[in-house]
Design a protein around this ligand. Structure first.
Ligand code: MV4
Length: 494
């Protein structure tokens, strides 16, 4: 069994720190790579060694495979952890790492490649009796044949790009009249975005819940699941709130979905950490959507409810060890909620608000975890994802975790830039979220930018509404349409 002595972390920010911490606890040395924009970044300071790999744009640094391999060679690293994003789901990179005689801390290049194609993934999991959304299992090319399939499934249908994922390259088709146009657009978009114009059709599930299972495989064919995370609160395919467990799964449904998730992993000989994404319809039928072949941003909620360190587990199975527990040894303890804190302005269409963290004070106390990569005085570089931190709360039950989250958000002090903290608090206080009665349309259904206005801004807005009412002579309509967000905001006062 090869034992890893030095890991190069091919990433930056909070996840690079997260990985280095676990490596250090295992007595493993760490190597950071960094761009010119990250010279003073915490992941560089935290690592035992650091190698500059290029200019700020990720296309010239964190995405440069050969520079990263060079850095590993130079420092004598024997393994590479890709984190999430960047090269984490690039099968060519995984292959390059292995060809170099290094350990890729992740699945095989083959598994990454297979799951990267939605159609290939569907074909593989179908053989393992994993439920799929009704639709085509082959790429569609002929409009007439495709229309027939759509009519059989029943409108609305969704056209998806095989090479897409995470919501990229999807088109809803409401009726047969618009089918041809939408199909042509989907193919042309897929061709230019992914270099692969293969598209397929699925029944459109209109109010889905997004529930994903954390799975783990070792290199000896063992696969377990570490239960689910619910990630239905999203904004434009960007997750906002994640929790474990889901508030709608019964133990029976959890077992059935967990078993299906394990079968997805088995269908591609998976090892390492992976996530199997399902959607649930309003009857709680579940369908496999896609598999993410990496450690996910939201992995901490699973760590909190299982007590496991997923990064340590990743390192152990990468070294060839067997998973050190059985499925029946695992249980869910309490409830964990995570919110993502972004340097974005919710009042201004979530525009990135890069700048300096003039004040930066983390919340503290029982059951609170903050995974971040910044300190007071640092600025958020404009080149990368504007996530400042992940705030995770763990309590005995869901209500307790939500109350703790509200307390933690109130205690979190960030000045110098706009953040999504207030927006996260809005979600925590919303009746639909608290009751568990929500779906992936939560944000579009309930959130209006004016919801988060400060009281000063609210007064200005009321004044503006009054002015409109007085001047246009058609006050009723105007007043109603403009005043709704403001009165909404009162109920959810920060
Ligand atoms: C769907 C769907 C409804 N019906 N597929 C979005 C991300 C990608 N993983 C797949 N997605 C969806 N696929 C069918 N057949 C709705 C979505 C979807 C969604 C899924 C999970 C979480 C949030 C979402 C937001 C919009 C659409």
């Amino acid at each position: 069994m090869p034992s890893i002595k030095k890991i190069l972390i091919a990433n930056r920010g909070e996840i690079a720190l997260r990985i280095m911490r676990s490596a250090r606890e295992l007595g493993i040395k760490t190597v950071a790579v960094y761009s010119e924009a990250d010279r003073n970044a915490l992941h560089v300071r935290f690592a035992d060694e650091a190698v500059l790999i290029g200019p700020p744009p990720s296309s010239e640094s964190y995405l440069r495979m050969e520079k990263i391999i060079d850095a590993a060679r130079k420092t004598g690293a024997d393994a590479i952890h890709p984190g999430y994003g960047f090269l984490s789901e690039n099968e060519d990179f995984a292959k390059l790492v292995e060809d170099e005689g290094l350990i890729f801390i992740g699945p095989s290049a083959k598994a990454i490649e297979l799951m990267g194609s939605k159609l290939a993934a569907k074909a593989a999991v179908a053989k393992f009796n994993v439920p799929l959304v009704p639709g085509t299992s082959e790429p569609i090319t002929d409009v007439k044949a495709a229309k027939k399939v759509a009519a059989d499934i029943g409108y609305p249908v969704l056209i998806k790009a095989s090479a897409g994922g995470g919501g990229k390259g999807m088109r809803i088709v409401e009726d047969e009249q618009s089918f041809q146009e939408q199909m042509e657009r989907a193919i042309s978009e897929a061709t230019s975005a992914f270099g692969d114009g293969s598209v397929f059709i699925e029944k459109y599930i209109t109010k889905p819940r997004h529930i994903e299972f954390q799975i783990f495989g070792d290199q000896h064919g063992n696969v377990v699941h570490l239960f689910e995370r619910e990630c239905s609160i999203q904004r434009r395919h960007q997750k906002v709130v994640e929790e474990a467990p889901s508030s709608i799964l019964t133990p029976e449904k959890r077992n059935a979905m967990g078993e299906a998730a394990i079968n997805v992993a088995k269908s591609c000989g998976y090892y390492g950490a992976g996530t199997v994404e399902f959607i649930l319809d309003d009857q709680l039928n579940f369908y496999f959507l896609e598999m993410n072949t990496r450690l996910q941003v939201e992995h901490p909620v699973t760590e909190e409810v299982t007590g496991l360190d997923l990064v340590k587990l990743q390192i152990k199975v990468a070294e060839g060890e067997t998973i050190p527990f059985k499925q029946e040894d695992l249980k869910i303890t309490g409830h964990a909620v995570e919110v993502r804190v972004y340097a974005e302005d919710p009042a201004n269409n979530f525009l990135p608000d890069i700048g300096t963290l003039q004040t930066y004070r983390r919340p503290q106390g029982h059951g609170i975890r903050v995974d971040d990569g910044f300190e007071q005085g640092m600025s958020i570089p404009f080149y990368y994802d504007p996530m400042i931190a992940k705030l995770i709360c763990h309590a005995e039950d869901r209500a307790g975790a939500i109350e703790k989250m509200i307390r933690a958000i109130d205690e979190y002090e960030i000045t110098g830039l706009e953040t999504t903290l207030g927006f996260c608090k809005f979600v925590m206080q919303h009746e639909a979220f608290r009751s568990g009665n929500f779906d992936t349309r939560f944000v579009e259904n309930y959130f209006r930018p004016a919801t988060l206005l400060s009281s000063n801004e609210e007064e200005e807005m009321i004044a503006a509404v009054l002015a409109t009412t007085l001047t246009n002579g058609n006050g009723k309509q105007e007043t109603e349409s403009v005043s709704t967000p403001a009165s909404n905001w009162k109920k959810n006062r920060l």
